[in-house]
Design a protein around this ligand. Structure first.
Ligand SMILES: Cc1ncc(COP(=O)(O)O)c(C=O)c1O
Length: 399
C-alpha cells in the first residue's frame, strides 16, 4: 500500500432511485409525473410539514432549555407512547426492551445487531422483492440473509402458499423472518388478516422469529388495520421484534426518528436486551438524534395535537386511496383489468406494476412518467388531474 490510502477505494454506482429523482427534477415537460422516491406528496407535489409537527416544533422552540445529551436509547416517554400506539392494549411492557433509533433504518440496524449478538448463525429471511436497503442494512452486521417468495408478478398478489412452503423447507428453527407490517415496499401487496392468522401459528410451530418492519403505519387501511399483524405477532409469539419509522406517518424524514422494540420470553431477558440496545447504539452512533423524537412525544402526549395529527394522517391515507381508485377505474379496460384490481387492492404508497425495465424507460422518455425500472410507482406522486395521462401511457407501453 502506498502513501495515499484513499487511492485504493473503488468507485461505487450511484443509488439508482436517487439518480432518477435528480433526472425527474431536471425534466421540464409540463405533463411530468414523478412516482419515484418514497415520500408522501400532496396534490401540489410538495412534501409538506404536518401541521401537528409545526405546532409541536413551535412549542419546543419556546420551551427547550438545554441541548444536553439524553441517553443511548433516547427518550423513555417517546418509547412508551410509540409502543402504546403500535402495540395497543396487549402491550406487554415488562417483557419489552426498546430504543429510540435514527429512523426506521436505524431501528432495523439495532434489531439486526441484537440478533447478531444473540444468534450469530441465524439467517434473516426477507420477501422477494423487498425494500432495496433491507439487505445492505441487515447483512452489514454479518448476518446471513436469504429470500422467500412473496409477490407474484402475474397475479400481482402475495404468493402466500409458496412463501410458507419455502420457509417450511429451507428455514430452520431460530431463523428470523422479516415481515412488512403494512404497505409492503415495493409492492403494496399485504397479507390479509386471514393470512396473518395462518402465518403466526406457522412461525410459532417452526420456531421462527418474526421481525416486523412498520415503516408506513397509518398509511394503509387505518391504524387498527395496519397493526393487525404486528399485534397478533406480539400477542402470540414468545419473542418478536418491531422496527417502526416516524419518517412517513409524521413526515419527519430528515429528522431521523424511529423505534426498535423486542419482546422477550420474560422480564429478566428484557432487562438484559435493554442493556444490549444501549451498548449497540453507543458503538454505532452513541445516541440517537433527539428533535424528531421530541416532536413525536409532544404530539402523541397531547390530546389536541394527537387529534390534529390523526386528522392529517387520515387525509394523507384518503388521498392515496382515492388516487388508487381513480387509477384503477382508468385502467379497467381491455388489457388492464388485472392491474386495475391490484392497484385498488394494494395498500400505501407503492404498487409494483408488471412493467419491464425497457417499458419503464419508455414511460420516462416518451411520456415523462418516472417509476423505478422494477415497475414500482409511488401513487402519491400523481394527482387527480394527471391520472388519465398515467393510465393512457401505461396501457400504451403495455399493449
Ligand atoms: C420498508 C421500509 N422500511 C424502513 C424504511 C426506513 O425509513 P427511514 O429510515 O427513513 O425511517 C423505509 C423507507 O423507505 C422502508 O420503505
Amino acid at each position: 500500500m502506498g502513501a495515499h490510502m484513499f487511492d485504493y477505494l473503488k468507485p461505487l454506482p450511484a443509488d439508482a432511485i436517487i439518480a432518477m429523482m435528480q433526472q425527474a427534477k431536471a425534466d421540464t415537460r409540463p405533463n411530468k409525473i414523478d412516482m419515484g422516491v418514497g415520500v408522501y406528496k400532496d396534490s401540489s407535489g410538495a412534501v409538506p410539514i404536518m401541521r401537528a409537527v409545526k405546532t409541536a416544533e413551535d412549542i419546543i422552540l419556546g420551551e427547550e432549555m438545554s441541548k444536553s445529551y439524553v441517553g443511548t436509547t433516547g427518550r423513555a416517554e417517546f418509547r412508551r407512547l410509540m409502543l402504546d400506539m403500535v402495540l395497543g392494549e396487549q402491550f406487554h411492557a415488562p417483557r419489552i426492551a426498546s430504543s429510540q433509533a435514527a429512523g426506521g433504518s436505524g431501528a432495523l440496524r439495532l434489531g439486526a445487531e441484537l440478533i447478531k449478538s444473540a444468534a450469530p448463525n441465524a439467517t434473516v429471511w426477507v420477501s422477494d422483492p423487498t425494500w432495496a436497503n433491507h439487505i445492505p442494512l441487515i447483512s452489514s452486521t454479518g448476518l446471513k440473509m436469504d429470500k422467500y417468495p412473496y409477490y407474484n408478478r402475474e397475479t400481482l398478489g402475495v404468493e402466500f402458499d409458496a412463501m410458507l412452503a419455502h420457509l417450511d423447507t429451507h428455514a430452520v428453527p431460530g431463523d428470523v423472518v422479516l415481515l412488512h407490517g403494512c404497505c409492503h415496499n415495493p409492492t403494496g401487496a399485504d397479507f390479509s388478516p386471514a393470512q396473518w392468522d395462518r402465518l403466526v401459528p406457522f412461525m410459532l410451530e417452526r420456531e421462527l422469529l418474526p421481525f416486523v418492519d412498520l415503516a408506513y403505519y397509518g398509511l394503509g387501511r387505518g391504524l387498527s388495520e395496519d397493526s393487525y399483524g404486528l399485534q397478533l405477532v406480539f400477542e402470540h409469539c414468545p419473542e418478536a421484534l418491531v422496527a417502526a419509522s416516524c419518517s412517513k406517518n409524521f413526515g419527519l424524514y430528515k429528522e431521523r426518528v424511529g423505534l426498535i422494540a423486542v419482546l422477550c420470553r420474560d422480564e429478566k431477558t428484557a432487562q438484559i436486551a435493554q442493556t444490549q440496545f444501549g451498548a449497540i447504539q453507543r458503538k454505532l452512533i452513541s445516541m440517537p438524534p433527539d428533535h424528531g423524537a421530541q416532536v413525536v412525544e409532544r404530539i402523541l402526549g397531547s390530546g389536541e395535537l394527537k387529534r390534529i395529527w390523526l386528522d392529517e394522517l387520515t387525509e394523507m391515507r384518503g388521498r392515496m386511496r382515492n388516487l388508487r381508485v381513480l387509477l384503477s377505474e382508468a385502467l379497467d379496460v381491455q388489457g388492464g383489468a388485472h392491474i386495475a384490481r391490484a392497484v385498488a387492492d394494494q395498500n400505501g404508497m407503492f404498487s409494483t406494476l408488471p412493467v419491464s425495465a425497457a417499458q419503464a424507460e419508455e414511460l420516462r422518455n416518451a411520456h415523462a412518467i418516472y417509476m423505478t425500472n422494477s415497475g414500482r410507482i409511488n401513487i402519491a406522486g400523481a394527482n387527480a388531474s394527471n391520472i388519465p395521462h398515467l393510465a393512457e401511457a401505461l396501457l400504451d407501453v403495455l399493449s
